[in-house]
Design a protein around this ligand. Sequence first.
Ligand code: MTE
Ligand code: MO
Length: 546
Amino acid sequence: MNDGSSGSRPPRRRFWWWAAIAGIVSAGAFLAVAELIALAVARDGSPILAVGSFVIDIVPQPFKEFAIATFGENDKPVLLASLGLAVVIAAALAGVLQLLRPPLGVITMGIAGALSVAAIVTRAGATPLAFVPPVVGSVVGSILLVVLVRRLRAWREAVAAPAAAPAASAPSTPADPADPADPAQRRPAPGVDRRAFFRIAAISAASALVVGVGARIATATTSSIAAIRRALKLPAPRSTVVIPAGAELDIPGISPLVTPNADFYRVDTALVVPSVDPAAWRLTIDGMVDRRIELSFDDLVNMGLDEYAVTLTCVSNEVGGELLGNAIWLGVPVREVLRLASPTSGADMVLSRSVDGFTASTPLESLTDDGLDAILAVGMNGEPLPLEHGFPVRMVVPGLYGYVSATKWLTELKVTRFDADEAYWTPRGYSAKAPIKLSSRIDTPRIVTAVTAGPTTIAGVAWAQPVGIEQVEVRVDDGAWQQATLATPISGNTWVQWFLEWQATAGTHYLTVRATDKDGTLQTEELAPIAPDGSSGWQRLLIRVS
Ligand SMILES: Nc1nc2c(c(=O)[nH]1)N[C@H]1C(S)=C(S)[C@@H](COP(=O)(O)O)O[C@H]1N2
Ligand SMILES: [Mo]
């Protein structure tokens, strides 16, 4: 048994090395935590990149030229490596300082945090939360440094104790003086602190490595796709959606006719948004087809792009809920793509698959129907699809809930049969086929709206894709149904705005809304939960008028 302290006393300088290691591990924790938080809340809050960019920006031009002349294309890696070396040296110094002159090590860590914050917030276009990662990182790094150095000091004192002050290591046994030669008396304490130091240091170092490298890779890969998306130029549409005059009502509180991308609801099973490079993207059309087809992104967009206005709806939308949105999609009809592969007779379903394994089962006839604009979308409201809405290609089918039609990050269309294949949600309690249920929603007023007695506008949206809405009616308390005025719809594939003028009287009231579609079907009053195929019922809303 030898803990390195054999002989009389360990050289003090041995602890300096361990203090340096403690400093380096703490700095690693600082950077790893900062990377993780940057990934979650503010990408531009990564101290590694910000300080690197800051240094690149402040290095005088002759130096840059020297670096480029000397290292050529490797100038950035060389810079990062030098920066890394500087960080390691500073971190080691912080550790030694914390051991010899506490709290100088923690102060060094704080200065590093402050410099990172300065480098980050002074960058052009810094986001408001960008200062958070280095702040949290330096706090975690400082705490770890204090903990590690405290262990180190305890270890050092325990090793030194038997010779310096025998009673101190065995205060309860004055009658049996500590014998430096007896390991049972001299070594347990140093052993405990030494092991604690190594355990904490090793666990911290390993976690910092895993978390830091993982977060950095996640940030780098996803943000490079973001950059590719920003740079992507889609061909101009051959035809555009014309929004008819009178389609958008000017009523405070009503849902905008077209939902901005930033406000569009998002529903998916993806823990991290998949990164798909359009240059590497392929769509496979296989299964029950005459020809297996593979399309590249260019193949797809070169088929010609048109705009389509479609209101997407989630099966999880409760009556009166927010899980739907209307967008102008840019894409290619699915039927044109399927035609290339030529589905064989007997097939009745297309299983669309995402790169993340999600699948949706869509009736083949919904995708081949000439009268229904089922599309493979590459654009949304004038931009390439946002990453979280399926970049680079997703499906959109008017009239079917998203889980059976709207596969994001699409990669395969397998032509098959409902009795042969099952989609993601089918064994999880949802129907294999799920047309969107006709429904209506009051957007304003709501319980939170301050309504004063007098003329008040009740307004909202109603949808019955792809048939379209014929009529919306509103009832106040137990009064008669009153017919609301409809805005001009874009098409049956989209929701339509509506409003009703009302003389509000003081007190509390119930507002109820129901719609009728163009086939003459009245929205059912019967309540249904979201599973297995979508909610139903009339929205009944309590409001307060003062
Ligand atoms: N790859 C993938 N696509 C998916 C899903 C998913 O979980 N994974 N969810 C579907 C569901 S349930 C809905 S309602 C729509 C939502 O699309 P959005 O997030 O763009 O609004 O996407 C559909 N496409
Ligand atoms: Mo959904």
